[in-house]
Design a protein around this ligand. Structure first.
Ligand code: SAM
Length: 275
């Protein structure tokens, strides 16, 4: 698409439109759709990715919050019969419900609005039988946090919550000049493959645990969990012992699989599934 044909961008909706066809092709290749798979595109905007997706897939569900852009979208793709545009907030879409409409697990793709990216990711990261793969563009610092290794300063709540639900890989960076208007920061594309490491009730325990730990990330786990975990301290202490978690460590030092072990032990101690 030529940058002259672009609509006026609305900053409040994080609109930075992709004008680099090389980046577009790399994103679609990384998504690797098969012809019969349903693809959900988040924030299609004026359609930089949408046309390429419709050329390769039988069914593209495009979720766009900007009604004007959504209404114009069928006019800019070659196969509008493959396109299903929904005017909705991608941070509220029922992705699991969409997967039930589809013949199999979904693929999810998008150049995400930077201001809503974490909320959208959180919502779209459902179970592997519902979503097979996501290829998403984030602000580079957010991509760094999503893909951070344990023990690094980038590991935070977003890292652990995401990596507990998916295998992640940072694929490539995208310079500001690839967008109109150019954002102030660089972007990066991340591939996420959902995994079911924890059952639903352990996952709830896990999320409450890491939230408590990372909200006081400078403190040791002994102090952060004692102050913030929503269970009796003896229960947490017993579970940490069972899972072999050193409570003198800080949240950012604990690898993702140890958080899972602690969540399972705590879930069992509370009479939950522990799986
Ligand atoms: N995909 C297009 C591209 O690459 O040129 C547009 C990307 S632009 C960074 C983000 C898009 O997401 C915009 O079209 C914007 O209107 C849309 N958007 C913003 N917030 C949204 C939300 N909560 N749900 C769905 N779409 C949203």
């Amino acid at each position: 698409m030529s940058s002259r044909a672009l609509p006026r961008a609305r900053r409040s909706l994080g609109q930075n439109f992709l004008i680099n066809n090389g980046v577009r092709d790399k994103i679609v290749d990384a998504l690797a759709p098969t012809r019969d798979q349903w693809v959900v595109e988040i924030g299609p905007g004026p359609g930089a990715l949408t046309g390429a997706l419709c050329a390769r897939c039988a069914h593209v569900v495009a979720v766009e919050l900007d009604r004007e852009l959504a209404e114009a979208l069928p006019n800019v793709v070659e196969h509008p019969e493959r396109l299903d545009v929904r005017v909705a907030d991608a941070a509220r879409v029922d992705y699991a419900g969409l997967a039930l409409e589809a013949p199999g697990p979904l693929l999810v793709v998008g150049n995400l609005p930077f201001n809503a990216a974490a909320a959208i990711l959180r919502r779209a990261l459902v179970r592997p039988e519902q979503v097979q793969r996501l290829v998403l563009m984030f602000q580079r610092e957010v991509a760094q946090r999503i893909c951070a290794a344990p023990g690094t300063k980038d590991q935070g709540l977003l890292t652990v919550v995401t990596q507990q639900r998916a295998r992640v890989k940072r694929l490539f960076d995208v310079a500001p000049g690839s967008f109109r208007p150019a954002p102030r920061v660089s972007a990066a594309v991340v591939r996420l493959e959902p995994v079911a490491r924890l059952g639903a009730c352990c996952l709830r325990v896990h999320d409450a645990l890491v939230k408590a730990a990372f909200s006081r990330r400078r403190k040791t786990l002994r102090n952060s969990l004692r102050a913030g975990a929503p269970w009796p301290w003896e229960l947490v202490l017993g579970a940490a012992e069972e899972a072999g978690i050193p409570l003198r460590d800080r949240a950012e030092e604990i690898p993702v699989d140890r958080w899972a072990a602690l969540a399972r032990a705590l879930c069992r101690a509370r009479g939950g599934c522990g799986e």
